[in-house]
Design a binder for this molecule. Structure first.
Ligand code: FAD
Length: 1108
């Protein structure tokens, strides 16, 4: 019997490139080589029988919907289609139900996630498997309700759990934050002396894949659906309709074809291949994902499942044993994705898996002497943002996706299956599924294999990270850059990534750290004065042939580090905890060791200490250890329940052991995430690049990466980086208690400058579309809730709705006069013309929504995308008129250029379209500028603004300014499941006219019945940061949760927006809103709140009209 500690020992002492079959443990696996398919005893028999038998029943010639794939998602989708009354739905499975990933799932279901929609999706799955299906079929699905326990090994983690608990209250999910001793009482085998606390959810549990899928299939068949096994889909026939639109026509198999207008791609890791059959992009990658099953453990029976996020490990109860699995920093990609793989497994790669064992043994020490019964390592699909891929493909009407489930396809299956069925039948899902919608990806990214791979890798590795607000990805940056990118970088811009674009987040007053691709070396830093550091790190994963690594490493590492080139194949780089949690990536401090000895690690650590000390800054000692410095916003929150004087577990301060010197048998707990994290995949070509990122006080710029891909070596990455620490660390008047991060201070400066003088915002990432042609007016009248068909020169803020009255978008629409020049700012067209400006983050969603409506309604007009041809420079604030008057050749007076109008003007001699609009509640203009003119126009604006106090500002400032003014953000406080009436945007709906528009009927019904929920504005007097998901209490009852929150620097308050309901189910009148006593519960602590019916800032709306 192999024990876990034995596994650890073997893995630790074997050089990583040694073939895994030499390990004793690999006797468990039949196939040779670490990444081979595992020989599952019954696999061959089943396959051969299946192929001999052919389809399990004759194929129908037509079907209303064909679901491809009989795993969790396929079965759930089929069942929900049948439940919606769809007749003639057919599921085609290549092998037998569950043959893909589903059969070997761990089946864990946790109800709490940091997203209200996901909490609802999970709740539906749970209801279905624990109750609904059994009531319907009389069959037990195998659901076991043994509860779930989340482990907090840090204060930040416990805060995260408390936030989940508060959200759970809004959805009636019972949960409890337990102290270490309470946890011990609940789970006696657990080690708790290094815990800060746990979150216990008694009604979490475990799903049985076979039981769930067979019950779903049976229930679907009973409702008229068909399940056909042993029938691979081999092709998809596409037709082009007489309007020129590509549509699904039929699904082909070796046993005949089925004509159908719709299909759902639920083919798991094979979904990419199914997409290729029809030219549909499916941005996912396949990776190995694994757990091991232990021998019997005395006393483990009836224990809850455990998720130790900081150790990135889960422990699932399996009868009287445990399954142990998790997420690795260096996952193994499955490159081949063989279509012969059914009921298959891979050999477990112990070098990769060992990190989980360590965490597991730390949490449940009895595991150290417990044997391993079996290993389960199978394929699973992962996506760039770790969210599933759902909805209708933009390229092909009738082709729906239900794949890319990132190891959550069992627990999300029920909720997602229900939404998918709704999507197929009604064109849109019921809930806000934007986070899962394939339309969230720009087509250029959805087809970009390197980006998909890099970003999916990062997302996988960060899966168990604390979700900090304003976190930004590191991998796959700089995919789309606006015309001012370089200029703004030079002015200290710290970028955020949205939809592939780099958009300004905030500006560091120190300007940028100089980029130098030459200095890829460690530099001991002069601690006191330097503000920039340059460094390089070599991260070596598993090198199967170590030799070639040495030369390039020697070339790259500076003399100080040269000693480390010996034995490099065993080199282990361990990012320590400094600044790690903010991104989960920990790129700032390392310990490095090799089998050659401890002293080398110490030497290296000595070299690094000045770097770490410098990065922490002079206030580091007062501000706590490096471990805490990443989360000043969180740490500084008053009301935290955790005792700040509680000693921190001592292991957090010490460099950890390496595989070669690891002490045994006592294994110290060390979250693996601190050891190394490789955000770039190995196959990348050598490529210099720059990306900015803020870590607490520090701005990191990665300036060079180089990856090596020789033979079978993988995960070997070099980074060159530099860090700069902006000045301005200190306290800000009015924010009691906590020292603000410098970036917050800077965002405040940007906001107040905008309110007091002027700010320029580069919003070039916006989507900019023209709607042109003979039917453009008809289309606009149908698409937009407001009347946009005013005379040319008008600009209107409007919504676009779905059939159920939910808001698919809010945007500005400018009516155009036909241009004669035919330029990008003034297109020539026949009929009518409109210029649409939509948030860049959701441009593809808007594009798809409009295209779909045009196709469905057969409007003869063109939608033209000029997002990349035009930049957008917005100048806002009381001084904007004076500044722009020097740059534009137009009269900007109220009379000549009123609010909500637009015109063509010359800016510094360049033709631009100026729109008088504001997203921040000030006098201001947006200049929509041809790409080539952006830089000269921007520079002219900056030059003119110098004497008026004009500053650069970013989206962090926009977030704060717009929430003060009560402007909505789509997909935060305005979503496809919110109507404009509920959101307080009735003024955008032409309900007083007789004009029909999409969603009108639903709004009228809602109006007649009375609103069942309303968006309200709440403020709290106490200076506590809020970020959304806090529970809203009214008169002692939870009535909703916060959708969006920020700090308003002008009103000097934390501001929150959320929808509230009347728990009695009645309409929510304005009186109901006004009369209650409110509180916002944040991390379990209620804060008294005031409700507001009008915007907090400038409620009379004078400033946008230039009245100051
Ligand atoms: C080790 C491990 C542990 C996990 N633990 C959990 C967990 O605890 N909780 C959780 O929620 N999730 C977990 N998951 C993830 C979960 O199991 C998956 O997300 C889920 O099973 C995916 O289901 P699916 O239907 O999308 O894909 P699959 O189950 O792979 O189904 C796809 C089906 O499509 C079929 N197919 C492919 N191509 C064709 C074709 N051309 N024609 C017809 N049929 C085709 C395949 O044969 C297959 O049956 C885990 C996954 C792994 C690997």
């Amino acid at each position: 019997m192999a024990s876990l500690s034995r596994a650890l020992h073997v893995a630790a002492n074997c050089p990583p490139w040694r073939p895994a079959q030499r390990l004793r443990l690999q006797a468990l696996a039949g196939a040779p080589g670490p990444r081979a398919e595992k020989n599952v005893p019954y696999q061959r028999t089943l396959k051969e029988e299946a192929q001999a038998r052919g389809p399990s029943q004759p194929l129908p010639s037509t079907a209303s919907v064909v679901v491809i794939g009989g795993g969790s998602l396929g079965c759930q989708t089929l069942y929900h289609l049948a439940k919606l009354g769809v007749a003639g739905a057919v599921l085609l499975e290549r092998e037998r139900l569950t043959a893909g990933t589903t059969w070997h799932t761990a089946g864990l279901l946790w109800q709490l996630r940091p997203s209200d929609v996901e909490v609802e999706l999970l709740a539906h799955t749970r209801r279905l498997v624990s109750q609904g299906l059994e009531e319907e079929t009389g069959l037990h699905t195998g659901w076991i309700q043994n509860g779930g326990l989340f482990i907090a090994s840090s204060r930040q983690r416990l805060d995260e759990y408390k936030r989940l608990m508060s959200l759970g209250k809004a959805y009636s999910v019972e949960s409890h934050v337990l102290s270490p001793s309470e946890t011990k009482a609940l789970y006696p085998l657990m080690k708790v002396d290094d815990l800060y606390g746990t979150l216990y959810v008694p009604q979490d549990g475990t799903m049985d894949p076979a039981g769930t899928c067979s019950t779903l299939a049976r229930a679907a068949v009973a409702r008229g659906a068909q399940v056909i096994e042993n029938c691979p889909v081999t092709g998809i026939r596409v037709r082009t309709d007489d309007f020129g639109v590509r549509r699904v026509a039929a699904v082909e198999t070796d046993h005949g074809s089925i004509q159908t207008p719709r299909l759902v791609n639920c083919a798991g890791v094979w979904a990419g291949a199914v997409g290729q059959m029809a030219g549909v992009k499916v941005p996912l990658v396949a990776m190995h994902h694994a757990y091991v099953v232990t021998e019997r453990i005395e006393g483990i029976q009836n224990m809850p499942n455990v998720r130790d996020h900081d150790a990135s490990v889960y422990l699932r109860l399996q009868g009287d044993a445990l399954s142990v699995g998790g997420y690795e920093a260096n996952p193994i990609f499955w490159e081949e994705v063989s279509d012969k793989f059914a009921f298959g497994l891979f050999d477990l790669d112990w070098d990769v898996f060992t990190q989980h064992i360590e965490g597991a043994i730390n949490r449940v020490p009895v595991l150290e002497t417990t044997g391993i019964k079996s290993t389960v390592c199978g394929p699973e699909s992962f996506t760039p943002d770790h969210k599933p891929l759902m909805g209708e493909a933009p390229e092909l009407r009738g082709f729906f996706l239900g794949c890319g489930f990132n190891s959550a396809g069992m627990m999300l299956g029920g909720g997602c299956g229900q939404e998918l069925a709704h999507w197929v039948v009604y064109g849109r899902p019921e809930k806000d599924m934007y986070g899962y919608d394939i339309r969230r990806f720009h087509p250029s990214l959805a087809a970009h294999q390197r980006w998909i791979r890099e970003r999916s890798h990062e997302s996988y590795a960060k899966n168990y990270s604390v979700i900090f607000p304003h976190d930004e990805p590191l991998a796959g940056r700089n995919m789309r850059r606006g015309p001012l990118h370089e200029e703004l970088l030079g002015r200290g811009c710290v970028f955020q990534e949205r939809h592939g674009w780099e958009r300004p987040g905030w500006f560091s007053p120190q300007g940028p750290a100089p980029v130098s691709g030459q200095q890829l070396a460690w530099m001991p830093l002069p601690c006191s004065r330097a503000r920039q550091a340059v460094g390089a790190v070599a991260v070596i994963g598993k090198a199967v042939r170590p030799r070639p690594v040495l030369a390039p490493l020697r070339a790259l590492l500076c003399p100080e580090a040269a000693g480390f080139s010996e034995g490099l194949a065993d080199l282990v780089v361990r990012p320590r905890k400094a600044l790690r949690g903010h991104s989960g990536s920990g790129l700032l401090s390392w310990s490095l060791s090799s089998p050659l000895g401890q002293n080398r690690r110490v030497l290296f650590w000595l070299i690094l200490q000045p770097v770490v000390g410098w990065l922490q800054g002079p206030g580091a000692s007062q501000r706590g250890s490096a471990d805490e410095s990443h989360s000043a916003d969180w740490r500084a929150e008053p009301g935290r329940e955790v005792n700040p004087s509680r000693p921190r577990p001592s292991h957090l301060l010490q460099p950890g052991p390496t595989p070669s010197n690891r002490p045994r048998p006592s294994i110290r707990p060390r979250p693996w995430r601190n050891r190394f994290y490789v955000p770039w995949s190995s196959h990348l070509a050598k490529a210099p690049f720059a990306v900015s990122r803020g870590f607490g006080d520090i701005q990191i710029e990665v300036i060079r990466r180089m990856s090596l891909d020789w033979g079978r070596m993988r995960c070997d990455v070099f980074l060159g980086w530099k860090a700069s620490r902006p000045e301005g660390v200190g306290r800000v008047e009015g924010w009691e208690g906590p020292a603000l991060r410098p970036r917050t201070f800077q965002i405040q400066r940007e906001c107040l400058s905008c309110r007091g003088a002027a700010a320029v915002f580069d919003m070039s990432y916006f989507g900019k579309f023209y709607l042109l042609g003979p039917d453009a007016r008809k289309a606009a009248d149908w698409l937009f809730s407001a009347n946009v068909s005013r005379p040319p020169g008008s600009t209107v803020y409007t919504c676009m709705l779905n059939r159920r009255g939910g808001t698919e978008s809010d945007l500005t629409v400018s009516r155009l006069a036909p241009g004669t020049q035919g330029s990008v700012v003034a297109p020539a067209f026949e009929g009518d013309g409109y210029y649409l400006a939509v948030s860049g983050a959701v441009a593809q969603h808007n594009w798809c929504h409009i295209s779909t409506v045009l196709q469905d309604q057969r409007f003869r007009c063109q939608l033209v995308d000029c997002s990349e041809d035009l930049g957008l420079i917005s100048i806002q604030g009381p001084a904007s008129r004076a500044i722009l008057q020097e740059v534009l050749d137009a009269d900007l007076s109220n009379a000549a250029f009123p609010f909500s109008t637009h015109r063509l003007v010359r800016a510094a001699g360049h033709l631009v379209r100026a729109l008088r609009l504001s997203f921040v509640g000030e006098l201001g203009w947006e200049l929509h500028v041809p790409q080539a003119s952006c830089l000269p126009v921007y520079r002219a604006v900056m030059a003119a603004g110098a004497q008026h106090g004009l500053v650069n500002a970013g989206y962090r400032a926009i977030d704060s300014l717009s929430i003060e003014k009560g402007y909505r953000h789509w997909h935060a406080d305005l979503r496809p499941d919110d109507s404009p009436l509920e959101a307080g945007l009735a003024f955008t709906c032409k309900l007083k006219s007789a004009e029909p528009f999409l969603g009108r009927e639903a709004l009228e019904k809602q109006q007649a019945a009375g609103l069942r929920r309303r968006l309200v504005c709440l403020t709290v007097e106490e200076k506590v940061p809020m970020f959304g998901l806090e529970a809203i209490w009214r008169d002692g009852q939870v009535v909703g949760h916060v959708r969006r929150a920020d700090f308003g620097f002008t009103v000097d308050k934390t501001i929150a927006y959320g929808y509230i309901r009347d728990p009695s189910g009645g309409p929510v009148s304005l009186d109901y809103v006004k009369t209650g006593d409110y509180a916002l519960e944040r991390m379990g602590v209620p804060y008294a709140a005031q409700v507001h019916l009008k915007p907090l800032f400038d409620p009379e709306n004078k400033r946008v009209k230039g009245i100051y």
